[in-house]
Every structure is written in C-alpha cells, then in structure tokens.
Ligand binder design. Structure first.
Ligand code: SAH
Length: 361
C-alpha cells in the first residue's frame, strides 16, 4: 500500500500490496474517490519515453481501425492504458483533455510528444469538464501550442463536416458514433428523424437514402453547424428544428406523424450510479414514444452513452417499451462505440456506448 501522506497530488506512485510486494505504478489523486489509476505493472520508470510509447501504441491501433475519417480519438484514456487522458485528432489539429491530477501534471509532456510525432497546426485543451472539479482542478480551455484555430472542415465517410473545436460540445464532435453513423445507411429510407442530431451527423448520413430527414436538437448552436454541414454537402432534403426530443416525439404522435427511420442518440441520462433508475425510465419513455411513430417495417437506431446502463438494461427497457407500444421488435444489430474508443475488459465503464438497430414489425 502506498502511504498517501508521502505522495504529492498527481504524482506517479509505486503501489505495493500489504506484504510489500510491488503491484504496479499509478497516478495518485489526493482528492478524487479514485485515489489510484493504474498505469503499468512494470517496474520501469513511467517517464516521458514510456508516455510516448503508449501514445505511439494508441496511434498504431488507429491506423488499423480508422477508415475514411480525418477526425478520430487518438488516445482513449483507460482503453489505451493512459487513464484520464483523451486526445482527439481533427486532421492537423489535436484536442486534449487531462482529467485527473496526475494526467494534468503530464500535460506539457503530452504536448511535446504530439508536436514531435505529428507536427500539428494546433494543440488545444478542452479541460472545461465538470469532472475536473472532483480532482480539485479548474475548468479551462484554450490553445496550448501552434495556431489559434477553432473550426476545421474534415471528411468523414465521404461527407464534409465542420468541427468547432473550441466552442462545440465535447472536443468538437461525437467521434464515438462515427461507425454507427455509417452503419445506419443501409437501413435508412423514406421519412427519417434524427432526434438528438447535434451537428447533423446521423441526419446527413441518412439523407441520400431518404426522401426527407428532420434533425431535432435543443441547441441552436448545434443546429447552426448542422445547417452549414448540410450546405457543405449540397444536400437539400434536410430540415432542422429546435425542440426537446421528448416533447417533439409526443407531439408527433398526437399529430399522427409517422417515420420510416428514427435515430435516438440522447445525452447520458445516468452519469452517476444513483441516477440509474431515473435514467432507465427516461430511456423507456423515449423509445416508447419513438416506437409509436415508427411505420411498420421501420428501423430504429437507439443509443445509450450512460456508463452505468448496460446493454442488458437497455434491451430490457426497450422490450418493455415495445410491449407498451404494442409493437413486435427485432434486434438487427448490437453495436458499440467506434473502435478508436477501445474497451478495457477489466474496466466495464469503458464499454459506455450501446447502440441497437431495431426493426419494428
Ligand atoms: N448524434 C450526434 C450526437 C448527439 S449528442 C452525433 O452523431 O454527432 C446529444 C445531443 O442532444 C446534443 O447535441 C444536445 O444538444 C442534444 N440534447 C440534449 N438534450 C436534448 C433534448 N432534451 N432534446 C433534444 N436534444 C437534446
């Protein structure tokens, strides 16, 4: 056991078990409930070279699994054995998040390593995350190196998208849904609805296969981006509406509106375990309302990005929703986050995104 008294906040510490056997090295946090984040079981010092190796190993996986996209997650925290470090690559720009005391201390080294390995135009930080408070770290964002760039225009799956790195949600995009945005294409048809559209990701991916697509979001900034993305791709059959997804679906049912393809990608309802029950009620309600307005034979792509909601939980509430809606539903695909967000087998929370493609008969 490490003596917490002797460790400084954010230090890399050697961890021993009670019989003083070396157990590994970890990032120590003096504030968080997660006092130790395992870095390695090896004895060798966790220095800059070690950090650079881990980043290089992460980059090498991306070369194998990222197709047709210039924006992807280069380092995904625990999934790349770099707990609490996020590095998102947007073409020539990199956005980082250092979400623990320990990673925050390594920030300057991360910037140097990225400069050496990739010669980027810009490196930004989006450390404006509430979780940093649990570590006693301030929320901050800005340019760490290179030019001060906020918007970049990049290609994903043959479509052009604008990413707002400084002002957008997350680090500028929802990179974890990239493969699911592509996966929806074969099912998309007729009248389509993208209920939590952000910058129009799923909506644009469906547009070529559909007669019309409606994208809904509560954020006017997101819908602005969506409109610009639509224009960028010369697509004309999309419309956008600022609305609450729950209210929209309810009103659509009252008005007897019907859709052939629906995407539900809401924000996380259960950020904490204590919210699980309320979150499950939310997912049931949302999916129930969507199933009510889905035409027979229609497809529903439905997601949960709540760490504490398992795929089994989601399947169960959707089954209950299907019974209430008197719909017979089959599961066509069970999916998860894109492969540049690896799941660490021993940390179940890293399997956070669940995506089901369902067909309602
Ligand atoms: N599908 C998107 C990501 C969606 S993230 C993509 O692939 O890029 C969730 C989105 O839901 C955010 O854009 C957020 O602004 C929006 N949102 C949050 N609460 C909402 C609500 N109650 N109704 C509609 N949109 C909401």
């Amino acid at each position: 056991m490490v003596e917490a008294r002797e460790a400084s906040p954010g230090a890399v510490v050697r961890v021993h078990d009670r019989s003083r056997r070396f157990w590994g090295q970890a990032l120590y946090s003096s504030k968080s409930q997660i006092a130790l984040r395992l870095l390695t079981r090896e004895e060798r010092p966790f220095d800059r070279a070690f950090l650079a190796e881990r980043i290089a190993a992460a980059a090498s996986l991306r070369q194998q699994v990222v197709d047709c996209a210039q924006a992807y997650r280069l380092v995904s925290a625990e999934g790349d054995l770099l707990p609490s470090l996020i590095i998102d690559r947007y073409g020539p720009c990199f956005v980082i998040q250092t979400l623990s005391q320990g990673m925050d201390r390594l920030k300057a080294q991360v910037v140097e390593i990225l400069q050496e390995a990739f010669s980027p135009h810009a490196i930004l930080e989006r450390n404006d995350m509430a979780v940093r408070e649990l570590e006693g770290l301030p929320e901050q964002k800005g340019t760490l190196a290179g030019e001060s760039i906020s918007e970049v225009e990049l290609e994903e799956n043959g479509l052009r998208f604008i990413f707002d790195l400084m002002g957008g949600q997350k680090t500028g995009g929802f990179l974890d849904q990239r493969e699911n945005r592509l996966a929806v294409r074969p099912y998309a048809r007729g009248r389509a609805l993208d209920c939590f559209t952000y910058a129009g990701g799923f909506a644009l991916n469906m547009a070529r296969q559909c007669d019309s697509v409606l994208g809904i979001d509560t954020s006017p900034e997101a819908l602005n981006l969506a409109r610009r993305n639509q224009q960028l791709n010369g697509l004309t059959n999309l419309q956008w509406q600022e609305a609450n997804g729950f209210d929209f679906l309810k009103a659509a049912d009252h008005e007897k509106q019907r859709y052939d393809t629906i995407v539900l990608d809401p924000p996380a309802f259960a950020r904490q375990k204590s919210n699980l029950e309320a979150a499950l009620r939310g997912y049931k309600e949302l999916n129930l309302r969507a199933l009510k307005i889905l035409n027979p034979g229609g497809f529903l792509l439905t997601c949960s990005c709540s760490h504490h909601v398992s795929e089994a939980d989601l399947l169960e509430v959707i089954a209950a929703a299907a019974l209430d809606a008197r719909r017979t539903v089959t599961v066509v695909e069970r999916r998860t986050q894109s492969r540049d967000h690896p799941i660490l087998l021993t940390v179940p929370e890293t399997h956070y995104l669940k995506c089901l493609i369902l067909r309602a008969l």
